[in-house]
Design a protein. Structure first.
Ligand SMILES: Cc1cc2nc3c(=O)[nH]c(=O)nc-3n(C[C@H](O)[C@H](O)[C@H](O)COP(=O)(O)OP(=O)(O)OC[C@H]3O[C@@H](n4cnc5c(N)ncnc54)[C@H](O)[C@@H]3O)c2cc1C
Length: 275
């Protein structure tokens, strides 16, 4: 099919009996019809979010690209890339400064609050407030590591859309850096599940109940002094790297300006985080 034929075909298989889609499933059916929805979205979405696609908001579907060309990238950005030597090396270089002291494997404790003039909090928003308004929902991931000779799957990421396969995708990291040569390979199977307090939180769920609790925490965050909430956990949003880095740079610029002008660093909740 050429692009126009493909568009016409999708239109012909899309459900035309749904006027106002009320959830993810209805939006998908209206958009691409039952067969494509079940092949690509239904199983994957159930595994990723641990709930029926009919209980997720229609807006999630808008994040997923559907194209009529041979561009198989997930993102549509004009420029896409990875730091040449990886993020670890990049962050190591940022941190190797005489004014920066690092304590690893140290969980931040509320008792430490008074030891600092100002804190930038990148942990969970509800954790900062000791969960007093309830728990915000997160999904966590289990990564199971495998090794093999040569090339395992020929691409960086392969998604598994069907429900019978328990993992959501396999990432084979050497394909992210095609400029390096490796005879062996490492790949990870990714399993999504509900996040408990012991797990690392990855994705904010943002169902209706979460939004209600979130509003209450945002109110508290606005009144909090001596702390700035930044990043995906502290603002409870799904954020990509480029957005995270942009916001961190903007935030640091604003803070440095306040310091140079002799202003007290105001305790503000990063505005962008509220949307
Ligand atoms: C599986 C997966 C794949 C992704 N793929 C992409 C991709 O392809 N492209 C892309 O652009 N983005 C991707 N992202 C998103 C990207 O990882 C995030 O945007 C980015 O890491 C957010 O940075 P952050 O600093 O806000 O949060 P984080 O990187 O989570 O940093 C928060 C830090 O706070 C620390 N912390 C939390 N609580 C405490 C505490 N109580 N005490 C002390 N320390 C604490 C944590 O240990 C962590 O180091 C992906 C995310 C996931 C989970």
């Amino acid at each position: 099919m050429n692009p126009q034929e493909a568009k016409d075909w999708i239109k012909s298989i899309a459900s035309d009996d749904i006027q106002e889609p009320k959830n993810f499933e209805e939006q998908a059916l209206k958009f691409i019809g039952k067969d494509l929805y079940e092949s690509f979205f239904k199983g994957y979405t159930k595994k990723q979010w641990g709930c029926e696609p009919s209980s997720l908001p229609a807006s999630i579907l808008k994040r997923l690209p559907i194209r009529f060309n041979y561009d198989d990238n997930y993102f549509s950005h004009k420029y896409q890339g990875m730091p040449r030597d990886g993020y670890t090396y990049l962050v190591q270089n940022i941190l190797s400064h005489e004014n920066i002291a690092i304590k690893l494997t140290t969980k931040f404790d509320a008792l430490l609050k008074n030891e600092f003039d100002h804190i930038i909090w990148t942990g969970k928003l509800d954790e900062w407030f000791d969960y007093k308004k309830g728990h915000l929902g997160y999904r966590t991931l289990d990564f199971i590591k495998f090794e093999a000779e040569g090339d395992f799957q020929g691409t960086a990421v392969m998604n598994y859309g069907n429900e019978e396969v328990p993992f959501t995708r396999i990432s084979e990291h050497k394909h992210f850096t095609p400029w390096e040569e490796h005879h062996r390979t490492i790949y990870f199977k990714e399993y999504s599940r509900a996040c408990t307090e012991k797990d690392i939180p990855y994705y904010p769920i943002r169902l209706v109940d979460d939004k209600k609790i979130l509003d209450e925490y945002i109110k508290l965050a606005r009144d909090e002094r001596g702390v700035t909430f930044a990043g995906r956990l502290a603002t409870y949003r799904y954020m990509d790297m480029d957005v995270t880095i942009r916001e961190a740079l903007d935030l640091s610029k604003k803070m440095l300006k306040d310091i140079v002008q002799g202003k007290l660093i105001e305790s503000f909740y990063h505005q962008e985080g509220i949307s």
